[in-house]
Design a protein around this ligand. Structure first.
Ligand code: ATP
Ligand code: MG
Length: 496
């Protein structure tokens, strides 16, 4: 082979790419800012394997989704392919074949024996091989939940808040903003509460992150896709409605109308749009509990000054979502303009064999986020160059200083607690804000177990007087301070 031929051969695989300097500096800024901002919401990093048993994704993402059906990179475990039963089955088949070929002692009775032996061996071998198929992860929520269960993390104090950063793999058609190895920055909250306050805080964190990156012109879409109570009923209504119209829709939709009617709402085919617009909407079929959850979530977004649009067709491409779903689009990306998708997945931990737990999270597509920052001029390489030479100064390095627990009592004080939390987080304090009202004693116990340095006590009296009680947890010393002084005091008392 000539040298030129060899050089021609050695290229990156289709759909994957190198990220070179100076662009890699922008990637570092994007990832470091995520670490900094997420830390202020008391999220900590989890590092996950890139390979998992395929079954994990089949059971969580869903066996009928495009991701699992068509897009996963899956390979067998070599030791299982050489499984004893599998080999014995193969041998029985070969013997049968030989006997037949040579007509040596070939009888129907003998053939039946061989076939039975082959069947037993092969089916056991194949079953074992299938149960041991390995996949490159197409997403990471399933792995986070697997790890949560495997390490008994439900016994940790408070909600478990984790973020991850890393590559994902999906065999899709490569195009701008769509790659076969792409990167995600994701976060998950796992715990006992499904309060819409958690949903709102997660979205607030996302928006604070994008704002700190300087990304403008994003749109947040939200929806509720119901729970185990109301969604199946809605799907039936949808299936019925589709019966009379699906013949006029694209081929994919004709299939979806039967196997997975919700997915019809995802369809991008132009001619199908007027038909989809007339289909029954989930918003009109939510049960009372889901309706209340969705409206409380929206109320919380409004209170936090977060603009959003409802998109009743936002069902997401993974089976595990329920209730809240959301997506963020960004400018300058063309057709692949979704930079983040997320939602609630309350049944998932149990589905994967864990204790009952609620969950919510999101995944940001880093490739698209970086592209969009470059498009809107917020990915200035000059600024990045400075970044490379400056040592990391993020919160990650001061993980054990300045952790504040806000113990709020009475629903009236929650909005004030939210505002105070935001203000402290903007000052890089790590703030834990319980999503649900908790009795003072329990709050202080939790603050202690979470390793907080301070607790701010915020009840009706404090609300009325405008002064909050600040308690240093190490020695129990308490001060009553109006908000500006409180923030100032915390800043001056922050350990080096
Ligand atoms: P899309 O509708 O664009 O295919 P998705 O619904 O499949 O996205 P999720 O599985 O929710 O995406 O993943 C969250 C985010 O990850 C997406 O919003 C997107 O920014 C990013 N992402 C997903 N697939 C790819 C890919 N193949 N290449 C680059 N980024 C991707
Ligand atoms: Mg996709």
């Amino acid at each position: 082979m000539t040298q030129e031929k060899q050089a021609e051969k050695l290229q990156a695989i289709k759909g994957v790419r190198d990220i070179l300097p100076p662009e890699s500096a922008l990637w570092n800024r994007v990832e470091q800012t995520a670490r900094d901002v997420f830390a202020t919401y008391n999220f900590r990093e989890i590092r996950l394997p890139v390979i998992e048993h395929s079954e994990l994704f089949a059971r969580s993402v869903g066996i009928e989704t495009d991701i699992v059906l068509k897009e996963m990179y899956t390979f067998p475990d070599p030791t299982v392919v050489a499984d004893r039963n599998f080999l014995a089955g193969m041998r029985a088949l070969r013997d049968l074949h030989d006997a037949y070929q040579k007509n040596r002692g070939y009888t129907i009775a003998r053939a039946k024996e061989y076939v039975a032996a082959a069947f037993a061996g092969l089916s056991e071998g194949i079953e074992r091989a299938a149960s041991r198929l390995t996949s490159l992860r197409p997403e990471a929520t399933a792995s986070v939940v697997r790890a949560y269960i495997e390490h008994g993390m439900h016994t940790l104090p408070g909600d478990v808040k984790l973020y991850y950063i890393g590559p994902m793999f999906r065999r899709e058609r490569p195009q701008k903003g769509r790659y076969r190895q792409f990167y995600q920055i994701g976060a998950e909250v796992l715990g006992q509460s499904d309060s819409p306050n958690i949903d709102a805080e997660v979205v607030e964190m996302l928006m604070a992150y994008l704002e700190r990156l300087g990304l403008r012109g994003t749109t947040l879409y939200v929806n509720s896709i119901g729970n185990a109570e109301c969604r199946p009923k809605y799907i039936e209504v949808l299936r019925q409605a589709l019966q009379s119209v699906s013949a006029r829709m694209c081929e994919d939709c004709q299939g979806r109308a039967i196997t997975n009617p919700l997915r019809v709402l995802d369809c991008k085919v132009e001619a199908d749009q007027p038909i989809i617009e007339k289909l029954p909407r989930i918003t009109d079929h939510l049960c009372d509990a889901c309706r209340a959850h969705f409206s409380a979530f929206q109320e919380q977004l409004k209170q936090r000054g977060i603009a959003y649009e409802i998109n009743w067709r936002l069902v997401r491409g993974l089976d595990y979502y329920m209730r809240t779903t959301f997506e963020i689009t960004a400018p300058g990306l063309g057709a692949q303009n979704a930079i983040c998708g997320g939602g609630r997945y309350d049944g998932l931990v149990e589905l994967l064999g864990g204790p009952p737990a609620k969950g919510i999270g999101f995944a940001i597509g880093t490739d698209r986020l970086v592209l969009s920052l470059q498009e809107v001029g917020a990915g200035n390489m000059k600024a990045e160059r400075k970044d490379v030479t400056v040592p990391v100064t993020g919160n990650a390095l001061k993980a054990d200083v300045g952790k504040v627990f806000i113990a709020w009592m009475g629903t009236a004080s929650y909005p004030t607690a939210v505002k105070l939390a935001r203000r402290l987080r903007a000052e890089n304090f790590i703030v834990e804000l319980p999503p649900e009202e908790t009795k003072l004693k329990k709050s202080l116990g939790l603050a202690d177990r979470l390793g907080a340095h301070y607790a701010v006590l915020l009840g009706e009296d404090e609300l009325a007087s405008g002064s909050y009680v600040l308690r240093r947890l190490a020695d129990g010393e308490q001060k009553k301070l109006p908000e500006p002084e409180l923030v100032g005091y915390l800043k001056s008392d922050r350990r080096p």
